[in-house]
Design a protein around this ligand. Structure first.
Ligand SMILES: [Zn+2]
Length: 412
């Protein structure tokens, strides 16, 4: 058995790992590298790029290695662990290269389909849904392989650890995860299933290492909810507008924001195309309990008419919007440039339920946007957030639970 660390082992993004089992192979994840795309968007406005262009800027996993090693023609399934773009965003560009179905949970595959619809991308692969805590059977040349989609917690819903059962033992793919026994939405980690595969014998654990250097246990999402409650329910805000920005894919966080906005008796508006994409996907899979409590504005006309309403009723509205990374073209970015029909005033509140991703493009975008926003005298509440990634002590807990024979790393 051979593992190919195709992408995501030396960078935060473009995740892809291939497992060659002899007659058959599978691929875990097919992501994009987002900072490369953000750089590109600034140059050329939002548009859809070709596979060739994305490869040339290093935004896609370099899966041509699988052609050179003869693995590509043996790939029997592309297995997606969760709905973040650095795990699914490459599939619309690379899927066609493999004669294999693309498999994921209902939320993950619904997001994949929506990305392809929005960007008018088509691939011939079948897309198969697997419920959390159930299995998919990969059909090989001479035998079949079971892949368990084991429910785990992360910063988006229906995230799975994927356990591939091979004759030599289990390969456990654990990108990304945290161990949260009190998720706000969705199921807690399925420790029973993890104990079971540990008994069977784990040959290799491929694991989220983003915060392996952080000596901590990552706190539960309930702590992020408490931080939000603290800010939203205790600041003096009766006469001012409240804007909250967070990750569009973080449905549990959005639920907490909506819950507190309701307690404040404010009308809740959600603005931005990616917000609409993730919220409607969550609704389609029955995981958006707040869908009927919000008004969503996605396209230009809708956004403008909602912001005009908010301008007239600042103290009665709460706006959830895109732009927590200062992304060019996002709602907050355009508001900060006075390109939309709402003007921030002194003492308006802007809450970032997020952390700026520490790459140069994001740091610069966010800093410049903050400067523009502060000129209006707004109050900024930054980093009202808890990470979705395991810290060192979570990793220690997972490793001692799983007891893997190997943990593959790449050496630079
Ligand atoms: Zn993720």
């Amino acid at each position: 058995m051979e593992l190919y660390t195709v992408g995501g082992f030396n960078e935060v993004g473009k995740n892809m790992t291939a497992v060659d089992m002899g007659d058959d192979a599978v691929i875990f994840d097919a992501g994009v590298y987002l900072p490369a795309i953000i750089d590109l968007q600034e140059e050329e406005e939002q548009q859809v790029y070709s596979e060739k262009k994305l490869r040339s800027i290093g935004a896609l996993p370099d899966d041509l290695i699988l052609d050179r090693s003869g693995v590509r023609r043996k790939v029997r399934a592309i297995l997606l662990g969760h709905a973040h773009l650095d795990h699914v965003g490459g599939a619309p560009y690379l899927g066609y290269r493999y004669n294999a179905p693309i498999v994921g949970t209902p939320f993950t595959t619904t997001i994949l389909k929506k990305i392809m619809q929005d960007d008018k991308l088509q691939i011939p692969n079948q897309i198969k849904m697997v419920k959390p805590n159930s299995s998919f059977i990969v059909k090989g040349k001479k035998r079949n392989y079971e892949v368990e989609f084991i429910n785990i917690t992360h910063s988006t819903i229906q995230t799975s650890l994927m356990a591939l059962h091979t004759p030599q033992g289990v390969i456990l793919y654990a990108n990304d995860f945290k161990l949260d026994n009190n998720p706000i939405l969705g199921l807690p980690p399925n420790y029973q299933a993890l104990k079971k595969i540990a008994k069977e014998g784990v040959k290799a654990l491929i694991v989220d290492s983003l915060y392996s250097g952080a000596e901590r246990k990552t706190p539960s999402e309930k702590i992020a909810r408490a931080l939000l409650e603290e800010v939203l329910m205790t600041i003096k805000n009766e006469n001012s507008s409240i804007f909250v920005s967070t990750f569009s894919s973080h449905i549990a966080r959005l639920k907490s924001i909506v819950d507190f906005a309701q307690k404040l008796n404010r009308k809740i508006y959600v603005l931005g195309r990616s917000m609409n994409k993730y919220i409607s996907a969550a609704k389609e899979v029955g995981m958006c309990p707040f869908y009927n409590k919000v008004d969503i504005g996605s396209y230009r006309g809708q956004v403008q008419s909602i912001l005009k309403k908010v301008e007239k009723n600042r103290r009665g509205s709460l706006v959830i919007c895109t732009g927590h990374q200062g992304e060019p073209g996002s709602i907050l970015d355009r508001l900060s440039r006075k390109q939309l029909p709402f003007q921030f005033k002194a003492n308006d509140n802007i809450i970032f339920s997020s952390k700026t991703i520490p790459v140069p493009a994001n740091m610069a975008n966010k800093e410049n946007m903050d400067k523009r926003l502060k000129k209006s005298g707004v109050r900024i509440f930054d980093n009202i957030h808890v990470s979705g990634h395991a810290g060192r002590e979570d990793l220690r807990d997972l490793i001692s639970l799983i007891n893997p024979e190997n943990i593959p790393l790449t050496v630079q």
